[in-house]
Ligand binder design. Structure first.
Ligand SMILES: *Cc1c(COP(=O)(O)O)cnc(C)c1O
Length: 411
């Protein structure tokens, strides 16, 4: 799985030209994933709503827009970024979790579709807009979804959505204010590959939807798993898309008219397109293990430390696999910020082609929830970002300076 170049440009050249730590994105890979999705869902109108919390760089948003992919946003600021990238409000859906009503008003004022996830906000929406603005309602279908519990969102104890068991309360509020519910939504969680889970959640939502007469949209969320290593299977998109498509067509037939299907992939579209490049700063031979220290840490890529996520890691400076060593790969932050985890979420060691200090170390699957979760912890600068398109590497976020750390401080 180690790859030493992207669109013909060696990773080592990118590290040399733009320095490290550096996020690098492959535009072709994103386009490929968009077309896989389109060909997997067939037989009805489909809208892809990119869940942009995965990666909000404006260049990435523009790439999505150019490929007719809409946006799903979770904050007013993501909405603003979408507008800045050139989206119309009507191409954006606001799916927040437990926010103040002023954020809903803001989204409505920009022409975005809002997705309401609690009874209190539904009531306020009815009072404010009556039947003049349509909305989506987010349902919690009470399905487990398997996988990493930290990233599941549809199980009974999840904070997300209105419980499927509160249909009567929802309908009462909808009727009281004449609210136009144009769509129902559910999102099961992240890193799900099992078609049955998607099917289960979808069929719970379809069953629920029978009592809503004015629907135009069913939104089945995102969460499609991507492969993290050569042995690791991602979602079989053709199979899952086929299952979901058939179930959706059956639902439309029983509902009595054709509807539009929305899906909200984040990770599926951008994870594999991203590679995070760092530099080997120290090879520390300890009596027990060898630590490989790199010039980044949980301040730049927190998924392993936060979720025990697996990232495939390789030495981009050494293609010779005849001499390998086992390294525990760690960051430079004053915390235990280990990058090398196994599939069970335990810190481990990785076999890498022998590392010399100064080598470029690459972390795969860094396009989603990488930069967007980065922080200034330890007062280090955020990484720079580069987009590779048509064989050219272009800087899409400059490296920071001390001004970026002090800008809003008053002293
Ligand atoms: C985060 C999120 C997604 C995307 O999840 P992925 O695992 O990145 O596909 C989709 N819908 C909603 C509402 C989300 O919050």
């Amino acid at each position: 799985m180690a790859y030493y170049s992207i669109q013909g440009i060696p990773l080592t050249s990118l590290a040399k030209e733009f320095a490290t730590p550096l996020y690098v994105y492959d535009a072709d890979k994103i386009r490929e994933k968009i077309s896989v999705l389109r060909s997997s869902f067939q037989g009805f109108p489909l809208s892809i709503k990119y869940a942009c919390k995965a990666n909000t760089n404006l260049a990435i948003l523009r790439l999505m827009l150019a490929n007719k992919v809409d946006l799903d946003v979770v904050s007013p600021q993501e909405l603003e970024l979408g507008l800045m990238a050139g989206y119309e409000g009507s191409q954006i859906t606001f799916t927040p979790s437990g926010v103040d009503f002023s954020e809903i008003e803001f989204a409505v004022s920009k022409g975005a579709m809002v997705n309401l996830d609690n009874l209190s906000v539904l009531e306020k929406f009815g009072q404010a807009y009556g039947n003049s603005v349509s909305c989506l309602i987010r349902i919690k279908p009470h399905v487990f979804g398997g996988g990493n519990a930290k990233i599941m969102t549809a199980h009974p104890e999840s904070k997300f959505g209105i419980s499927i068991h509160q249909k009567e309360e929802i309908l009462a509020i909808v009727q009281r204010y004449g609210i136009q519910v144009s769509g129902l939504h559910q999102h099961t969680g992240s890193d799900i590959k099992d078609g049955k889970t998607f099917q289960q959640a979808a069929s719970a939502l379809f069953d629920f939807a029978k009592d809503f007469k004015d629907l135009e949209i069913i939104d089945l969320g995102g969460g499609f798993k991507v492969p993290y290593s050569p042995e690791d299977p991602g979602v079989d998109m053709q199979e899952v898309g086929g299952l979901m498509s058939r179930a959706f067509l059956d639902f439309c037939a029983s509902y009595g008219r054709p509807l539009r299907l929305w899906i909200e992939p984040g990770k599926f579209l951008v994870s594999e397109a991203g590679t995070f490049l760092a530099q080997a700063t120290v090879v520390k031979k300890d009596p027990i293990k060898t630590f490989l220290g790199i010039n980044t840490g949980l301040n730049h890529l927190i998924r392993p430390m936060m979720y025990g996520s697996y990232h495939y890691i390789f030495n981009a400076s050494n293609t010779n696999s005849s001499e390998q060593e086992n390294y525990r790969i760690v960051g430079n932050i004053c915390e235990t910020d280990t990058f090398s985890f196994d599939y069970d979420g335990n810190q481990n060691e990785r076999m890498l082609n022998k590392v010399q200090e100064g080598d470029v170390i690459a972390l795969a699957n860094a396009g989603a929830y990488g930069f967007t979760m980065a922080s200034h912890y330890n007062s280090r600068f955020l990484p720079a970002e580069v987009l590779i398109d048509q064989g050219k590497a272009v800087i899409i976020r400059k490296r920071e300076t001390l001004d970026d750390l002090t800008r809003n401080q008053v002293f």
